[in-house]
Ligand binder design. Sequence first.
Ligand code: MGD
Ligand code: MGD
Ligand code: SF4
Ligand code: MO
Length: 781
Amino acid sequence: MKTDRIELLNIDETTFEFIEKSSGEDGFYAFDSKNDLDEEEKIISTSGSHNCGGRCVIKAHVKHNRIVRISTEDDIPDTEKIPQLRGCLRCRAYRNRIYDCNRLKYPMKRRGKRGEGKFEIITWDEALDIIADNLRRIMNKYGPDSIYIQYATGNEGRLSENVWMKRLLGMYGGYLSYYGTYSTACTQAATPYTFGTIYTGNSREDWVNSKLIILLGFNPADTIHGTNTAYYLKMAKNAGAKIISIDPIYSNTAVALADEWIPIRPTTDNALMDAMAYVMIVENLQDQKFLDKYCIGFDEAHMPAGIPPGNSYRDYVLGKGAGKIPKTPAWAESITGIPEETIVRLAREYALSKPAALIQGFGPQRHAYGEQVARGGTVLATMTGNIGISGGWASGTGYPVREEYVASIPHYNPNKSQISMFSWPDAIVRGKGMGADLSVKGTKKLSSNIKYIFNLGGNCLVNQHTDSNGTAEILKNENLVELIVTSDQFLTASARFSDIVLPADDMMEREDIVTPWGFGDYVLFMNKAVDTVFQCRNAYDWISDLAKKLGLSEQFTEGKSLSDWAEYLVEKTAGENPGFPCFQEFKKKGIYRWIYEEPCIAFKKQIEDPVHNPFPTPSGKIEIFSDRLWNMNNHRKIPAVPQYISAWEGPEDPVSGKYPIQCIGHHSKRRVHSTFDNTGWMEEVEPQKVLMNCEDAGERHVAEGDMVKVFNDRGTIILPVKITSRIMPGVASIPQGGWWIPDEKGIDRRGCINVLTRYKPTPLAFGNPSHTSLVEIEKVY
Ligand SMILES: Nc1nc2c(c(=O)[nH]1)N[C@H]1C(S)=C(S)[C@@H](COP(=O)(O)OP(=O)(O)OC[C@H]3O[C@@H](n4cnc5c(=O)[nH]c(N)nc54)[C@H](O)[C@@H]3O)O[C@H]1N2
Ligand SMILES: Nc1nc2c(c(=O)[nH]1)N[C@H]1C(S)=C(S)[C@@H](COP(=O)(O)OP(=O)(O)OC[C@H]3O[C@@H](n4cnc5c(=O)[nH]c(N)nc54)[C@H](O)[C@@H]3O)O[C@H]1N2
Ligand code: SF4
Ligand SMILES: [Mo]
């Protein structure tokens, strides 16, 4: 396995000789130990700092400076009110990652052409000289818009590389930053047009009060959305909630918890939602009193001033006006693949089972017109009056309203220019002058193309963005970006396209503070379990050295060590939270929990006392029709009321004649994006395969275990197939995060879905349509 991967990567063997030399038992690297046989096992409390969806209490059992076992929280009672924060399979298998013999061990400089994968080992001092010299040169020549800190989520600690780099570059004149995320670009941009905020979720412990829970593309059993989310769903089920999963995949969440699985064609959720609204309107099931009191835009009687008649949501759904069609269940059946009767039943059930929660995952919005899905959910929740009440759910982003204060390292960027996190290839190719399309914020126009990239703990340069082949071509061109610096633990696809590769320390080799991803009312201290190995260095350490080379040492460090900064964060946090422990105590315990008597309910105040608590929208009401969107004057792609827009490379695109299968790339339980892809124990859990429906396989004479070719005009992947009735016909999925490993013909041999995805930003958020691609699949003989 290890050797195969090195062969596949076509790595220059002389440079990488040390990988083989340092390889010990079980593919782990050999290590120095004091070999004190009497040493007692120590148990050290830490957590994950990768972008895994959760944050758990992780315990490293250490002997001889070596992690010998990993366990999780087991020393508090496991109660319904405070469930243990028990880790998933990924951190539990972490030894197989931290001790992987392929771990990067030395700083390296590119030797061949960019992307060829040839590197030579250099010293840290040489590496930092190159980084500093180029920073001076590029800042002088092109200014701060040319220096970009890439979206990179490998290290999300409060003391991560990106935090330090932002602090340093801020002091050095600034850098180009981004808005939005690959996770939630569309829902974060769209949800505030309805409610004025992205904080639309209740606490999860409130789900026990729901009669009906509809999971729209939400699979927390595998795809962690806050540690314990699946557990709270199970509690809701035990309390009697009916659970329905609407998803092209019969997910593990649906198998374990749902009463019904309704398969839906990707990109078509809005057709379903439009038709559900149609059924509610014609059967008069909507909560009209709620709509009249709290909302604008549902019907003609509640429209903002100056909007021509025929533009309310009701009129849209009923198809009032010349050339418009009613959004009937029959209409939606032909688009979504969901039978008309099921749509009618679902609409009635949602309208009549109050309180009910329509909970959206992020998969449905990672699509061509993902903004519509987010807004569509908020409008259905509004029509059924499920806002601001226990057991309801406002839909949209769904972030919890409670966000406890935890301090951050101060950093200030004097440069205000921002691009969408997805637009960086455009900013490389035509950045100077970019801005007319509204994708640029903070300035009218960028003053430079991107010339310098810091990619610190991320694989979005090639693997996790879209169109891997296309972006690789852009990055290969050394006249475009002049220097790319990557820090990682492995030679990922993005590292291969870098000029300087720095060996990062590992999350179990440092101190840090982490907060939960999404849900959870706690903060964790990550204690250092073991020493850093080889020449891997902590980011604060090397970025402080870089600061010295730039003449900013004092200003940057303020004379503090990393541990001093951790203490600074704890003291500042304690200042805002009475009862918060002191630094030493917090370190020892590893966790602080905020305890609440009552679950929080989004918009409770706005509903109970609207006069004193308007919604944070321009009208103070829930905006089913948005004036702000209307005024953007792009009514077909950015409509003022949410609606189904037939997607490019959706089921209705004529391209489906040539490429008839919709290929998504769900988040699988065995990886954190591309992190862990090279971890052997995880591959045993779930080998990388394309999921394909039995009917599609039969038509193509593909059998279980065959190698298949998945392709479209952007690229080709060859990988094994898993044939299953747990994915609907016409849809395939290559779990996202497989490493991009092209062979000599450019065919990816591992299964990086982004070989097939398209670089085309969504209209409002300029977000990533990562799940929207049409492909064909053939057996490889
Ligand atoms: N194990 C694991 N957990 C993770 C992560 C991970 O990599 N691995 N990543 C974390 C991060 S950073 C994020 S952002 C989240 C991502 O969490 P999500 O975005 O919610 O995850 P996805 O798997 O992309 O999508 C969720 C579900 O949506 C379905 N889906 C796809 N397209 C459609 C559609 O058009 N309509 C409908 N109804 N369903 C659709 C998929 O089949 C999938 O079951 O997960 C977090 N948790
Ligand atoms: N097609 C498709 N593409 C997607 C998605 C999708 O659903 N479909 N999902 C998108 C989403 S939601 C997200 S959030 C992005 C995530 O994209 P990325 O932010 O690129 O996340 P990873 O792929 O996990 O890459 C993290 C890198 O950090 C490294 N790393 C881990 N720990 C450390 C550390 O302590 N220090 C350093 N320096 N490096 C470390 C890992 O080895 C890994 O190479 O991907 C997006 N891409
Ligand atoms: S959810 Fe995240 S922090 Fe928790 S065990 Fe899994 S990978 Fe680690
Ligand atoms: Mo994400």
